[in-house]
Design a protein around this ligand. Structure first.
Ligand code: GDP
Length: 429
């Protein structure tokens, strides 16, 4: 197996976690390379049901080394809580199977406050932040106003550094938002309670990964969210604050010169979107409620009801292109079994003109979907494990997507469990 990135093709929540969980057995190392605890992968396996926010999904496989790369928003408080939750269910997390880059920047306690304060200020113009502090964190990282995980090794020097940043940040908290300032005692408590426990996992992961490459180990790169949330290529400003694309994996992981061999893009059989922003195929009312219920579309992190609608091939084709996907996994096909006719958006209509191209973000607001209808299959498909066990209408739906986005779909997922997957062979057309 070569090295491979697993990425989202749409707005996130496509089921990347279950694909990483499935494919991890072919890999020695799994790396998270961007984002923070603002989204969640749901993984169901023999140890139970887990909502992972920052830990790579490879933690469930013994012998796999999991890495949090320099590109992640490392929130010690949430990470330590997550480690405790997972270990309580019998999944061991040690410095052997979890390594945190000493170059990862720390999400500081005020980042979460600033996120909430800014959303409050925006009132009805909110971006729909998960209030995990991700946008303030990345802004501060680029302003060089946070600290690196490796600085935890020298508490005295770190406290001095934190004091400087705190004094600067208190100006914003007090004078812009009228909020309470932070004190050094609060930071010391945070260091003791949340940072000290993660220090044993902090190391030079760049060196570890280079050595792993030299030894011929297989590396899996795990992304958070999807292409349309990428800071540079997504639906700005309704994006996240990091790069969700596979192209960023080598940098965010700590192997800047690496060439990724395979990019597995994960696409849901219909569309969902959390938070604000244009969503061309959005359904409302009873139609939406039915699909949301069928797919249990509530956020893994926030419990928020997701916005839902039919598959958007215009957005999906764009996602496949910017991700450079070499193969696709289509998830949650089982959820569509209740529909007699399945609509798929094949083009947009913008100012009376039809287009197959994904437009500039501000133009997206006025795009309307043009639908094509496919036959439903009218039966439960969650027990199918082979391509020929799927009804012809379901296979036709998969083939139509494959043709429209010009990328093969070797994986079709029909349930959340690890084994609920169809892996298409050579002649499975
Ligand atoms: P991720 O962030 O991309 O990993 O996606 P989430 O974990 O937030 O959302 C995917 C959800 O769908 C999880 O609850 C999964 O357990 C569930 N899921 C994944 N694949 C399938 C599938 O094929 N069928 C069904 N019914 N559920 C699935």
């Amino acid at each position: 197996m070569k090295n491979c990135a697993i990425v989202g093709i749409n707005w996130g929540d496509e089921g990347k976690g279950r694909m990483v969980d499935l494919l991890t057995e072919n890999f020695d190392v799994v790396v998270r390379y961007q984002g923070g605890g603002n989204a969640g992968h749901t993984v169901v396996n023999d140890k139970g049901k887990f909502a992972l926010h920052l830990l790579p999904s490879g933690v469930f496989h013994s012998g796999v080394v999991n890495v949090l790369g320099n590109g992640v928003a490392l929130d010690p408080e949430n990470l330590w809580r997550e480690i405790q939750e997972v270990t309580a269910k019998g999944v061991p997390i040690t410095s052997e199977n979890l390594k945190i880059s000493d170059r990862a920047s720390l999400l500081l306690p005020w980042h979460r406050d600033l996120d909430a304060l800014e959303e409050q200020r925006l009132a009805d113009k909110q971006y729909g932040s998960t209030k995990q502090g991700i946008a303030p964190f990345y802004s501060d990282k680029y302003q060089k106003k946070t600290v690196l995980a490796g600085e935890l090794r020298d508490r005295a020097a770190l406290l001095e550094h934190l004091r400087e940043i705190m004094e600067w940040k208190n100006l914003t908290l007090q004078r812009v938002y009228g909020a309470q300032p932070y004190t050094i005692e609060q930071l010391e408590r945070w260091l003791d309670e949340s940072c000290a426990p993660i220090l044993p996992f902090v190391c030079d992961t760049g060196e570890f990964l280079s050595k792993a490459r030299t030894e011929g180990k297989n590396i899996l790169f795990e992304a958070q969210l999807g292409a349309l949330r990428d800071l540079d290529f997504g639906i700005y400003p309704y994006t996240t604050s990091s790069n969700t694309l596979a192209a960023y994996a080598p940098i965010g992981a700590g192997l800047p010169s690496l060439k990724i061999d395979e990019v597995v893009g994960v696409v849901k059989a219909y569309s969902t979107c959390v938070g604000e922003g244009p969503f061309v195929t959005e359904w409302s009312g009873e139609e939406a409620d039915k699909l949301r219920e069928a797919g249990a579309e509530y956020g893994a992190k926030t419990g928020r009801a997701r916005r839902v609608g039919p598959l958007d091939l215009v957005a999906t084709r764009y996602g496949v292109q910017v991700q450079g996907a070499t193969r696709l996994a289509l998830t949650k096909l089982d959820v569509l079994s209740y529909l007699d006719k399945i609509p798929v958006c094949v083009r947009y209509r913008v100012d009376g003109q039809e287009t197959e191209r994904f437009p500039f973000p501000t133009v997206l607001e006025k795009a309307e979907p043009v639908y094509k209808w496919y036959d439903g299959w009218g039966c439960d498909i969650s027990g199918a494990r082979r391509w020929d066990e799927l009804p012809e209408a379901a296979r036709a739906y998969v083939r139509a997507i494959e043709a429209a986005v010009a990328c093969p779909i070797p994986y079709v997922s029909v349930g959340p469990e690890r084994e609920s997957i169809i892996i298409r062979g050579e002649g499975d057309n």
